[in-house]
Design a binder for this molecule. Sequence first.
Ligand code: FAD
Length: 575
Amino acid sequence: MQTLATDILILGAGGAGLFAALHAKKANPELDVTIAVKGLLGKCGCTRMVQGGYNVALSPEDSVERHFMDTIEGGGWLNDQELAWLLVETAPKRIRELETELGCFFDRNPDGTVHQKAFAGQTFDRTVHKGDLTGIEIINRLAEQVWRRDVRRIEDHRALDLIFSADELAGVLMLDMRSGEPLLVRARATLLATGGGPTMYRYHTPSGDKSCDGLAMALRAGLPLRDIEMVQFHPTGLLAGEGTRMTGTVLEEGLRGSGGYLTDGQGKRFMFDYDARGERATRDIVSRSIMDRIRKGYASAHGGVYIEMGHLGPERVRREFKGMVERCADCGFDLAASRVEVIPTAHYMMGGVVFSPDCATPLPRLYAAGEDTGGVHGANRLGGNGVANSTVFGGIAGDVMGARTMRAGALPEPDKRAMEAAFERAFTPLGRKPGNLPEMRERLYRIMWDDVGILRTAESLTRAKAALDALAHEIADCGVAADSRRYNLTWMDRLNLENLTLVSRAICAAADFRRDSRGAHFREDYPQTSDLGTSCYTEVRLAEDQPVVASRAVTFSRVRPGKSLLQQEAAIAAG
Ligand SMILES: Cc1cc2nc3c(=O)[nH]c(=O)nc-3n(C[C@H](O)[C@H](O)[C@H](O)COP(=O)(O)OP(=O)(O)OC[C@H]3O[C@@H](n4cnc5c(N)ncnc54)[C@H](O)[C@@H]3O)c2cc1C
């Protein structure tokens, strides 16, 4: 088997992976840094798809404390407060770095200050943006900076499994998707930054290259996932019809933030019946309200609801939401002057690998950052805190790995049995009797949407558990025609589906375990939020191939539920 040795291996080239590479190189230019990515660097992942923008407290009337409190309240008090604090405290530094060191241009006010717009669930308009295509600006500038530095890139390579050396990480078994050959990358430190991505739901927003690979690898390696039941649904996914990948893609939050209405099949504006903030309520509330409206029989023509912008003036909508207007026009809809059908769509995973403020995981030599991690957002993520999370923690991971990684000494020796197990899992399906993968994928979408989706019950989760277990067995038995290993997309589908089903089982187990409703997790049989002061988060591990859930008390290290904002601010300021 081909082997590559490197000092730092970064899995994924989104905001987290690219920032980590730049910071690691800056911290220690002598280090050999390798980015391995499932697609093409700069062209894949979700950071590129960021539309709305980046939350950061810049205005003198805003404050880091206020951003922190919005994040904690939005997260249903489940957040790791140290991680959340680091997010909001570092975001101003990171946004300046993006502008002044990396060359991003964000929209500005006439007086030259950075323009910040409204995003739902926040007490201040603090979302920095570049029109409604902010992610392209960020990823293009980051990719350019990585290209001009001495960073090795291995593209169209997917990570298959983490490979141990006794009780630490020795490297990663990769698959060169172009040749179909394995590659063992040995490293002194590895960053998991594959970006989660809830693409197991019928309607979803993330890029097609994401199939929870990092989370599945972490589970197989025995690592705990925190808050994995917390899957965020964006309320306004485009409903463009069946069989098109445009269905599910996001129409961004700023549309509602700037005054867009949601109306049902009878033309009624319904959000104020559910929440005093109307369309500006948080994503979970808006998504649930839409589902309730649909269930009560008030759906739009194709089973969703409508978003209406025309009352704001078509010219203004075209000017402020150019990308959204064009996206809808591509599908034959006029967002600026008419109404467009939407449906909630799976968008983001708040849960992920347990990690600490220095981005270390419980497995020595493995670090994690971005959407692969859990704890920053608690039970719900504020729109605009996602790209802040990936860039803030990607940078920290790069600093830490750069500072801690010494070139001297031998690389950890990969365990032979771990190598064989990883190789066998990925390669044995080749040449075995093929199964009906498209049917299995559709089945997974349906199970997760119907039974582990926006509204959950013990009954639906029990049903889903049995169906997911059965599906996992079928996938394990499912072979793939081996006419050619080169760019074998059926094989990739099979590997994706295996990982998605494993993580779905973890989501289902944690959702069944959590018997209250919070943030993105809503149990119809337990609709109340339990006492915030005794909040617990979940941790799921695999034990003999079964997801096992444990509950851990949240540490209120900075603020406690039930105190006034003034008291909270005083507590935060005191440290
Ligand atoms: C449509 C859309 C709009 C969004 N808008 C906003 C917004 O306005 N504001 C906001 O804050 N957040 C937004 N988000 C969320 C935001 O994109 C994410 O929070 C964040 O960018 C994730 O960064 P990341 O680096 O963790 O992952 P990503 O940017 O998704 O990168 C993951 C990388 O890992 C690679 N990868 C995956 N699997 C493997 C594997 N097995 N081996 C090797 N590489 C692998 C992928 O190819 C990719 O390069 C949006 C998301 C979507 C989908």
